[in-house]
Design a protein around this ligand. Sequence first.
Ligand code: DUC
Ligand code: ZN
Ligand code: ZN
Length: 482
Amino acid sequence: MPASFDTLVLNAQIATAADLYLADIGIKDGRITAIGTGLGSAADTIDARGRLVTPGGVDAHCHLDQPTGDGSRMADDFLTGTRSAACGGTTTVIPFAAQFKGHSLRAAVDDYHRRAEGKATIDYAFHLIVSDPSPLVLTQELPQLVAEGYTSFKVYMTYDELKLDDRQILDLLSVARQEGAMVMVHAENADCIAWLTEQMLDAGLSAPRYHAHARPMLIEREATHRAIALAELADVPILVVHVSGRDAVRQIRHAQGMGLKVYAETCPQYLFLTAESLELEGFEGAKCICSPPPRDKANQEVIWHGLDNGTFQLLSSDHAPFTFGGPTGKQVNGPNASFDKVPNGIPGLETRMPLLMSHGVAGGRIDVHQFVALTSTNAAKLYGLFPRKGTIAVGSDADIVIWDTDQPRTIRNELLHHAVDYTPYEGIEVTAWPAITLSRGVVVWQDGHYLGRAGHGQFLRCERPTPARMRGRGYRGPLWRP
Ligand code: DUC
Ligand code: ZN
Ligand code: ZN
């Protein structure tokens, strides 16, 4: 008699965003087909021995092989980036197909598919970055792309090559409302950054540490407030990405308190790094240059609190991989470049889940259900991948992490699987790491060994986020509405 399952995971302490229970998981053709006890026979069995088992992570904000315009090059492509993700328990990534100004959005999507195909080792979907909302983009490309499964797009309020003005953002919010798409916002005030940067460079202050001084919290606060107001006016939800500290958190809490659909994401850099991380000797501080910059210890506490009290729905990595050494990474403009000439971003795909499991769950700051929601379920829901991704349930993809929670280890870059030559989390102790990661039923990481295969990863078309998530509660004052 043929086995009922390809794989049985036995004795799993299954944690979802809602439940915690002991059961076996039956897997057939990459999907979970049964959960229970005494399920039958399988070609392969994995004994979880009562260990914690969670859904594979959905890292909904990462940058892989994204073209840049300044001579720099991202160190991770779809192979090394997704390999690294899998080794840290992430089984779905959502990086960005980025439009260059003057170019079509469709061309960016086609190009990005070519970069991913045959390389991705775990499943992937795409967000869009819209840097040039031309009439063609607004009226044709975006509606078509949303219908084809690209249901979220990011808008930037800073970076010269990407930033949009308020009117352009309103145009995009309006398309999102019409098409049922999710708009992600990078909220920093570009003119304030440019003004502060000029002042600092004029005063001879160009070391990496001044990156943080050129982007103080108030410029994130102002842009967050403005983004929320624009979304309120357009009567559509928004998702504020990579929130760094107290000022933006207050704006988001206020909006959520008013009943506005304002979702928020934060990242490990705002829990584990501070502006002091940019003050390392010489140019070393460039390793931690990212935007918004990390703040201080008190703000780390605010972010931890926000993970616990529901301000944040997502913890993503914002993995933006540039090597420290070499001519195309952080030193693309030389070893003494001023802070404004250093590529922004830090690696973090592999360390995101172990850091949160260790310091969040084991550290007593959040419970395991919050962990699952923040690292997997909410991203799947907000970006239209649930219930295929983001949970352990019959019918879902067999994307599963079996955790080792009692073997303390120290994060060292040499143990990671990305193509970056450093980790900003070097030396941080963790107590948890995935023992086994399964992607659609295939073991891709086991006991310290990467077992994945380039090309195993499939492209995922996203649904529109569920109507309840997208129903706006917009401006209630007197207003002419188109
Ligand atoms: N900030 C971004 O907005 N994107 C990538 C990296 C970064 O630091
Ligand atoms: Zn950003
Ligand atoms: Zn980013």
